[in-house]
Ligand binder design. Structure first.
Ligand code: GLU
Length: 612
């Protein structure tokens, strides 16, 4: 969370910093700030409560000029979102922007106060600025020396960029726990939390690794470890352009990303799914032998990724005959675990930077897993780099905070893995072919279901005055109900909960009255009969039913005002969970739209959850 950008150049970099910050806003958007230093070492800082655009307007009014500078868009962890808590924080000539949490900030603050430092904000970050200032005064060395002396005293996670206004030819970037990438330009260099911020100004990139400290000036980049020894990092060229990240004809990124799902899935299948088999040879030539040893799958994930893991559990167990457990990464990392024999750990994350998933992955290295596999959307991310194996979802960049296309492509990758493991575990060739055929149909099936857009938009208006909603599903559609509820609460702020439909009578039925929308995911599968009984339970209590089902399914005559049936086209059983996700995404989108919510940047949230 939080977006950082820093620049060192010989031209005015104010506009570059602001443009970059606009591309990072998905990471945090409660306040923003910028500090630039001109040729006379004069610091110009502006900070604003609210979105980056407010900062841009303020900077334009003030006509700020500087050749070196730092900017930040915040997702507050310590101290309310406010102008004084916004970054950059300054201690005399030291300027700091920070992503993460300083766990021992109280202790450091007390010490600094006893040395005469005073604090102007409530943030944990301000302690870094004063600590660097103190170290520099104590040791009289360079800023790099002050950074190296300070790091052992700070615990927590910090992606940070710092500078000394008196030496305005250098900035220093530290990656401990939170990602940073350097963008290399011609006679100027940049650093940011995500390369998205640097695409228009840099032509190659260096992804800092855990523990790296980079001293960046216009013509030189030197990278050290925490001991101060030089380390070498590769430069890479990336083939992403800003036109890939515009909204195009769509009103919101989320809407665009919902519509991009057929192509995202096509790209994810490309080269991996042929008519006959699933080809995961990208995992290495001996992958077959390795996967044959796998007798258990342990999935760790957060949020939407957790829901996709939950769907895959049904697939791993019923199709590949492999026991599978799925756990929320923040729980997994803090309990005493019993590792199953020959267990493969799968880390699911959109960004590949999710702090809890990354920590759980690191923990798993000390345990007895036979290996780790990352399924992520970002190639150079920490989770990908730190896993033994990885499969990339080829969704393209996802900007909307509420994940959509990365959910469906994660499921696509997971289903391919299920077939691969199944084939090694004796899954009949005909069954494999049947599932492969279904997966190949997936992009087309999704195009079909997207044609129901207008019907769903109409239904969404029923939710305008609702404060609560229940989502019901059974089997592999129970996690789809969970995902539907998560999407609705995330972007419309309606309280929504998902239940396995059989659980209804064990509690949630008490909530059902004629003001409670109950959304039922009812594909035409073997559990439909059971689900129909649950639907009757809601109906007899006056609940407002919205049933997403197959066009060939019949329900008891639809003459009640409180039962709406959304008929969807045919879909193969195995891919139905992916297919049924789409109308639920559209429903949340349209409900949020009529409620005038900030759809791409819902309140209190941010994408790429890099704090614990
Ligand atoms: N902990 C810092 C703060 O609350 C940084 C939060 C962030 O990563 O945006 O200001």
């Amino acid at each position: 969370m939080c977006g950082i950008i820093g620049a060192v150049s010989q031209r005015n970099i104010t506009k570059i910093l602001l443009n970059g910050l606009l591309h990072l806003e998905y990471r945090g958007y409660d306040s923003a700030g910028l500090a630039v230093v001109d040729e006379h070492s004069h610091i110009n800082r502006i900070r604003c409560l609210g979105k980056v655009q407010k900062l841009v307007d303020a900077a334009n009014r003030e006509n700020l000029i500087g050749v070196v500078g730092l900017a930040h868009t915040r997702w507050a962890t310590h101290g309310i979102p406010s102008e004084i808590n916004a970054h950059p924080h300054i201690s005399e000539y030291i300027i700091v922007v920070h992503n993460g949490v300083i766990e021992n900030h109280d202790q450091i603050r007390k010490k600094l106060i006893s040395y005469g430092y005073s604090f102007s904000s409530e943030t944990d970050t301000e302690v870094i600025a004063h600590l660097l200032n103190m170290k520099q005064k104590q040791y009289g060395g360079s800023l790099l020396q002050a950074v190296l002396k300070s790091i052992p005293e700070i615990s927590g996670s910090f992606g940070m960029v710092v500078m000394d206004s008196r030496k305005s030819s250098t900035i220093i970037a530290v990656r401990i726990g939170n990602p940073l990438v350097i963008g290399c330009g011609m006679g100027e260099n940049f650093v940011a939390s995500d390369q998205l911020a640097l695409l228009s100004i840099a032509n190659s990139f260096i992804h800092l690794e855990e523990g790296d400290i980079a001293e960046i000036s216009c013509n030189k980049i030197a990278i050290f470890n925490v001991m101060g020894d030089i380390v070498n990092r590769n430069k890479v060229k990336l083939n992403i352009h800003h036109d890939h990240i515009s909204k195009g004809i769509y009103k919101h990124y989320m809407q665009k990303e919902i519509y991009e799902q057929p192509i995202a899935i096509k790209n994810t299948l490309l080269g991996r799914c042929t008519n006959k088999e699933i080809d995961l040879s990208e995992l290495g030539i001996n992958i077959g032998m390795f996967l044959k040893k796998v007798k258990h799958i342990q999935i760790i994930a957060c949020g939407t990724s957790y829901n996709s893991g939950m769907v895959s559990r049904y697939w791993f167990e019923s199709l590949a005959n492999i026991p599978c457990d799925v756990e929320i990464a923040s729980e997994f990392r803090y309990r005493k675990l019993q590792v199953r024999k020959d267990s493969l750990l799968i880390a699911l994350s959109q960004s590949g930077e999710t702090a809890d998933t990354l920590a759980a992955l690191r923990l798993s290295k000390k345990l007895n897993y036979i290996g780790s596999l990352a399924i992520c959307n970002v190639l150079y991310s920490s989770i990908v780099r730190e896993s033994d194996l990885y499969l990339i979802t080829k969704s393209g960049i996802e900007i909307g905070v509420a994940s959509t296309k990365t959910f469906s492509t994660q499921l696509t990758v997971l289903l391919m893995l299920v077939i691969k493991l199944g084939s090694l575990n004796g899954m009949h060739i005909e069954v494999q072919r049947k599932i492969i055929k279904a997966i190949q149909m997936l992009p087309y099936r999704i195009e079909q279901v997207l044609t129901k857009d207008k019907i769903i938009e109409k239904i969404a208006s029923d939710f305008f005055d609702k404060n609560h909603a229940l989502f019901l599903g059974r089997g592999d559609h129970y996690p789809i109900a969970m995902e539907g509820a998560l999407k609705l609460k995330e972007i419309s702020y309606i309280h929504a909960e998902a239940y396995a439909a059989g659980e209804l009578k064990h509690g949630p039925l008490a909530l059902v009255d004629n003001n409670m929308p109950v959304i039922v995911i009812a594909p035409n599968n073997q559990l439909l009969k059971k689900l129909k009984c649950n639907i009757e339970e809601v109906r007899t209590r006056g609940g407002l039913l919205y049933i997403f089902t197959d066009q060939n399914v019949e329900f008891r005559k639809n003459d009640d005002y409180n039962m709406k049936i959304i008929q969807l086209p045919y879909v193969e059983d195995v891919i139905a969970p992916i297919f049924y996700t789409i109308p639920l995404q559209l429903l949340s989108y349209y409900v949020a739209l009529i409620k005038s919510r900030d759809i791409d940047q819902p309140r209190n949230l941010a994408k790429s959850v890099t704090v614990e």
